[in-house]
Design a protein around this ligand. Structure first.
Ligand code: SAM
Ligand code: SF4
Length: 318
């Protein structure tokens, strides 16, 4: 079992397989000029898998693959299959913008994927275009349809932005409710890469939903940063309130970037690399580095303090 310096059990690994993306979401990506980490600095799937195996052996039971846009990395299904074949019972999922799912959903399902989170910020073509700086809505909706058709369990992520998509939230909730997808509204996290300035607070999101629905809070489950709500008819949605730190006491996660950095908390600058150890196939060293990073995991996120981090979400996987 993996335990951090505050005796929290850590069993959730989030892996970013690439920082590249085919969207330029205003809340995530910087404006140009832009330079990507060279491809040769990325760990290969085989190298990532060496670490994945070791971390599963140490007690990781949940893995999320993210990015950047994870489906931009070629043959992602082969990586999913490696993990699924090694640990078929593992809770394995990906977070994607959905645009490439039309072509890949079946391969992902065949590789063993069961769950998927898809980002969808608006059902209006112009608004989706404005946010992603690209005409994306048709490809995302096609991707959601394909994921549903092949039987992947879908959750939708939406970042509500002031005067941008606030008038879309009820439509998005309705869209998800009709299809029985859980929707989670994520409070915008300010960062210096984003060109958008203001998101809606949890309170403001709730005010909008209240104009149409009665709902009540549900008890927080485990270590999820998402606060659940239930409508009178039983449909459940969530709001992720990352500015708070009340979920930190149950935090069970650790992040690995495509270059091999282990990040103990989104809002904490310190990270250590396992890249050299993994390239030398020195698994003992990689696991020791993991344990050092876990010892250094902060008790609470450092949001707003001096040693918070300004890494962008596309680099850490959010
Ligand atoms: N490209 C994929 C996607 O968009 O789903 C996966 C990576 S993306 C960084 C993961 C999640 O982070 C998305 O749901 C996205 O909406 C969210 N995100 C990105 N930047 C954010 C920010 N500044 N504040 C809150 N959520 C953000
Ligand atoms: Fe790309 Fe996802 Fe960031 Fe949007 S949120 S720019 S889709 S990585």
């Amino acid at each position: 079992m993996l335990v951090d310096g505050y005796k929290r059990k850590v069993d959730y690994l989030r892996i970013s397989v690439t920082e590249r993306c085919n969207f330029r979401c205003q809340y995530c990506m910087p404006e140009k000029p832009f330079s990507w980490t060279p491809q040769e600095n990325l760990l290969s799937y085989e190298e990532l898998f060496l670490f994945v195996k070791a971390s599963i052996d140490e007690g990781i039971s949940k893995i999320r693959i993210t990015g950047g846009e994870p489906l931009l990395r070629k043959d992602l299904d082969s990586f999913i299959k490696m993990i699924h074949d090694y640990a078929p019972e593992l809770d394995l999922s990906i977070t994607t913008n959905g645009s490439l799912l039309g072509e890949t959903a079946q391969q992902l399902k065949d590789a063993g994927l069961k769950r998927i989170n898809i980002s969808l910020d608006s059902l209006k073509k112009e608004t989706a275009h404005f946010i992603a700086k690209k005409d994306v809505l048709d490809s995302v909706l096609k991707g959601i349809e394909a994921a549903d058709r092949v039987g992947l369990k879908i959750k939708i992520n939406c970042v509500p932005l002031k005067d941008v998509n606030d008038s879309d939230l009820l439509d998005l909730l309705e869209f998800c409710k009709q299809r029985n997808y859980e929707i989670r509204f994520i409070e915008f996290m300010e960062n210096s890469h984003a060109s958008v300035k203001q998101g809606l607070s949890s309170q403001e999101i709730q005010e909008i939903i209240k104009t149409k629905y009665n709902f009540t809070k549900t008890p927080r489950i485990g270590s999820s940063p998402s606060q659940g709500y239930i409508l009178d008819d039983g449909y459940q949605f969530g709001i992720i309130e990352p500015h708070l730190d009340d979920f930190c006491k149950d935090c069970n996660r650790i992040r690995l970037t495509a270059e091999g950095f282990l990040i103990p908390c989104l809002y904490f600058e310190d990270a250590l690399s396992i890249a050299d150890a993994i390239k030398e196939k020195n698994i003992t060293d990689a696991v020791n580095i993991l344990k050092i990073v876990l010892q250094n995991k902060p008790e609470k996120n450092k949001w707003g303090s001096d040693n918070s981090s300004d890494r962008a979400f596309y680099q850490t996987g959010g």
